[in-house]
Design a protein around this ligand. Structure first.
Ligand code: MSP
Length: 508
């Protein structure tokens, strides 16, 4: 099976923040899990560099757009690497190869009769790069999102016959009830379509930072059309001499937040239909990370520095926290306090202690060798089908529910230790068999939850599995009893050591 997952490409008008990291980590969880299953995976992220959002930010800083883009693209690349994202490519829309594909597709739209010349008259928000209807404006002709005052624009543009795709889009939605997940976002997108579609400017005349319209170089391609095409163009040049489109197009899933639902769930499929390209198989729309009830965003100034969090607590802790604290698909608040709490109670106490206790007891009672017996029956039932459950949740991109499923087993293992009391069994020779069984079951249970947890906490899991002497990450290994005993365990430094947070406001 091939699996192609994408994040939005981020605007290079500012520094990356935790909101961007959130989507990248979630997509990485999917990519890593699918690789564990043996799928042929391609994971794409990158930067959106054209249009007013970037051109105006550059102007404010008094630098050329190219300079701003180069600087921030490096930061986005660095943050992806720092969160351990295993993206197979990093696309920049200023890449000449991407621009060539945009020009080609736009030509195709025209050749297929979906483009005409017209005049746009109305509102435009340069920060959203979005055309706004009167109904969408906040008081005083302001953008309801950015609260900046908008100008009424009039310019001659090339138009895309978006309106003629209303019926095909309605059909797409009717036939594919899971095309957009979660279902409230599906309903929202469908309502937008049913409300009626107006033709869309395909080009912009007042700006030259973009991809020129091939037949009218005085205009550039509307930045959202340019940006959306990244998902497709990347496959043409990510591997030199190898066109990956046959292997990976259409994409399996685009992951994004609700701010850009309309572009992905309505405009994007219409563009693809018009260009006679296959549609992605699924969109997953997640919610916002909120700080004090407000969306974390650069313009509001309430952003957390992901680098600072990772320096203090480690990358795995951040990856875990983001998908644990906020149910993926919904909005949710994050805070330094809840970060510390999760870190201490779940990572350090529940998982970290389980690991260190298990290893310590095998070292102490069995000379560091995992006993060779059958797993304890009471645990076998609780672990039955776990790998399949986790896979099913991730097929539906539910990265929080999948994690919860695994975490219940971490807790189950902790209860098992408490109930079985291996330290008491160790005092009685007549209980040697039972102790073997308890220790083997713990080692196996810990191995199984760890194999499954790998996508969320790759470094910690690898260290733990190395200490257990079992490093195979294949998903088919995630069954209690799949590995026999006999492994010699190694040393393990604390997975999640105690952290002294300097200042809560900068800690997480
Ligand atoms: N460049 C466009 C996307 C083009 S995709 C073809 C864009 N860029 S952006 O830099 O504004 O990134 C928006 C995306 O960043 C959101 O859809 C989401 O994936 C992520 N997030 C940014 N802030 C976020 C939160 N506070 N919470 C959750 N996700 C956040 O839009």
């Amino acid at each position: 099976m091939s699996y192609y997952v994408t994040t939005p490409i981020y605007y290079v008008n500012g520094e990356p923040h935790l909101g961007h990291v959130y989507t990248t980590v979630a997509a990485d969880v999917l990519a890593r899990h699918m690789r564990q299953r043996g799928d042929d995976v391609f994971f794409l992220t990158g930067t959106d560099e054209h249009g007013e959002p970037v051109a105006q930010a550059a102007e404010r800083e008094g630098v050329a757009p190219r300079e701003l883009a180069d600087r921030h693209a490096e930061r986005f690349k660095a943050v992806a690497a720092r969160v351990n994202a295993t993206n197979d490519f990093f696309i920049r829309t200023s890449d000449p190869e991407h621009k060539a594909v945009v020009a080609e597709v736009v030509e195709k739209l025209r050749a297929n009769g979906h483009v005409y010349e017209g005049t746009y008259e109305g509102w435009y928000c340069p920060r959203c790069a979005d055309f706004k209807t009167d109904a969408e404006l906040a008081e005083g002709s302001r953008c309801a999102i950015h609260l900046i005052e908008l100008e009424r624009e009039k310019e001659d543009n090339w138009f895309f016959r978006f309106s003629s795709f209303q019926e095909p889009l309605e059909k797409l939605y009717a036939e594919n009830p899971d095309w957009v997940l979660p279902s409230n976002r599906y309903n929202e997108a469908l309502a937008f379509i049913s409300g009626g579609l107006q033709d869309l400017s395909l080009s912009r005349a007042r700006i030259n930072w973009g991809v020129p319209i091939p037949w009218d170089p005085d205009q550039v391609v509307y930045v959202w059309v340019d940006a959306l095409l990244n998902y497709y163009s990347a496959l043409t040049y990510a591997r030199e001499g190898d066109d990956l489109r046959d292997r990976f197009w259409p994409a399996s899933v685009h992951v994004l937040a609700k701010d850009i639902l309309k572009f992905h769930a309505v405009i994007w499929p219409a563009l693809l239909m018009a260009a006679e390209l296959e549609l992605p198989k699924r969109l997953f729309i997640h919610g916002y990370l909120l700080m004090d009830e407000h969306k974390m965003s650069k313009s509001l100034g309430n952003v957390l520095d992901p680098f600072a969090v990772m320096d203090l607590y480690g990358t795995d802790a951040l990856r875990f926290y983001l998908l644990r604290e906020v149910s993926f698909g919904q909005d949710g608040s994050i805070s330094p306090e809840s970060f510390e709490k999760r870190y201490t109670t779940e990572l350090a106490n529940e998982y970290g202690n389980l690991a260190s206790r298990t290893l310590a007891m095998i070292a102490k009672y069995r000379d560091g060798v995992v006993p060779e017996v059958e797993p304890a029956a009471e645990l076998v039932a609780d672990f039955d089908g776990l790998g399949g459950l986790v896979s099913n949740h991730l097929d539906r991109v539910d990265a929080s529910l999948a994690l919860e499923e695994i975490w219940q087993r971490v807790r189950r293992l902790n209860r098992f230790v408490t109930q079985a009391e291996p330290w008491t069994l160790a005092k009685d020779d007549a209980q040697a068999e039972r102790l073997d069984s308890v220790l083997y079951t713990l080692a196996e249970g810990l191995r199984v939850v760890s194999v499954l947890l790998y996508p969320w906490m790759p470094d910690s899991v690898k260290r733990l599995l190395a200490a257990l002497g079992r490093e195979d990450l294949g998903l088919e290994r995630a069954t209690l009893g799949a590995d026999g005993g006999g492994a010699r365990i190694g040393d393990l430094d604390q997975l999640f050591p105690r952290v002294e947070a300097p200042e809560p406001s900068t800690a997480a």
